[in-house]
Design a protein around this ligand. Structure first.
Ligand code: PBG
Length: 330
């Protein structure tokens, strides 16, 4: 009688062929959505200090980025605007300007690259003088229904410009239903809605707020009266359930890596197209460690993205999208 186990899980791990044969989850380029920051002007290229490798670029240079995404087979690019501070107002109404930065960029991208999916953020924070995602009452509280009315105008403006996916990231109540109803009644029946359904009031968004230039406006303010408390997961399921009932085509959990438990619960509960956002702070911490030589850049990047697949995500918004797609091609 052997004193050793007859069940040896290491047998299947011994060789590359059997490791490949029992692999359960795989990341592909089809899983990637690439977020980009776009600014006014021509030949404008500014590095985002807290996000190594990420730049704010003007439309002419963004066309080259889009071409690269097409070449790499990345299905979707997500646009975030850097708005001229002179255009920011308390109600952020520039968000609904049909000749504003985002509609112009959407029209140019769709004309040049019709096959590349384009997604736009529906939220007021890049446009408000106070950096909040909505309009405020006298006490500084973000008003729900007044904000939704502007978000609907913003989404309609983006849809009219030809965007493929609108992505409300504001966390107002009822906004998915309001946007869906407006899209339907204006004939935009193919515009998809990616709902930022379970979006947490997270400190991991810091570098993004630097990138779009809303950090200074927001100051010491926070978004806890509309974004979710990091303590909760049942609440995430209620939010996702509402957004699906109101007409979302896809739902999202955000941030990503610290919230993979939420991704798994959402996927198990609803079996609906589910996405996760590996946000700016997650990107920044991996980049910083890699730059210091503390972590292997490519390995942690791929491992972190695979973790989203394991948690049940159908796709990932990630600033690593082009780097990962390049590696996947090899
Ligand atoms: C705006 C918005 C934010 C992000 C995406 N859309 C910031 C925020 O809610 O303050 C964060 C993305 C990131 O950190 O990478 N509503």
């Amino acid at each position: 009688m052997s004193m050793y186990p007859e069940t040896r899980p290491r047998r299947m791990r011994r060789d590359d062929f059997s490791r490949r044969l029992m692999r359960e989850h795989q990341l592909t380029t089809d899983d990637l959505i690439y977020p980009v920051f776009v600014t006014e002007g021509e030949q404008q290229r500014e590095a985002v200090g807290s996000m190594p490798g990420v730049e704010r670029v003007s439309l002419d240079l963004l066309l080259e980025v889009a071409q690269d995404c097409v070449n790499l087979g990345i299905p979707v690019m997500a646009l975030f605007p850097v708005i001229d501070p002179a255009l920011k107002t308390p109600d952020g109404i520039e968000a609904a300007n049909p000749d504003g930065l985002i509609p112009r960029v959407v029209r140019a991208l769709k004309a040049r690259f019709p096959e590349l999916g384009i997604m736009t953020d529906v939220a007021l924070d890049p446009y408000t003088s106070h950096g909040q995602d909505g309009v405020l009452d006298d006490d500084g509280y973000v008003l729900n229904d007044e904000t939704v009315a502007i978000l609907v105008q913003q989404a309609l403006t983006q849809a009219a410009a030809g965007v493929d996916i609108v992505a409300p990231s504001d966390m107002m109540d009822g906004r998915i239903g309001a946007v869906r109803h407006a899209l339907e009644t204006h004939g935009h029946i193919y515009t998809r809605i990616m709902a930022y359904s379970a979006k947490y009031a997270s400190a991991f968004y810091g570098p993004f707020r630097d990138a779009v230039g809303s950090a200074a406006n927001l100051g010491k303010g926070n978004k806890m009266t509309y974004q979710m408390d990091p303590s909760n997961t049942d609440e995430a399921l209620r939010e996702v359930g509402l957004d699906i009932a109101e007409g979302a085509d896809m739902v999202m959990v955000k941030p990503g890596m610290p919230y993979l438990d939420v991704v798994r619960r959402v996927k198990d509960e609803f079996r609906f197209p589910t996405y996760a956002y590996q946000v700016s702070g997650e990107y920044a911490m991996l980049k910083a460690a890699a730059q210091n030589g503390w972590l292997d850049h490519d390995k942690v990047m791929m491992e972190s993205l695979l973790a989203f697949k394991r948690a049940g995500a159908d796709g990932i918004l990630t600033y690593f999208a082009r780097d990962a797609a390049r590696l996947l091609r090899k």
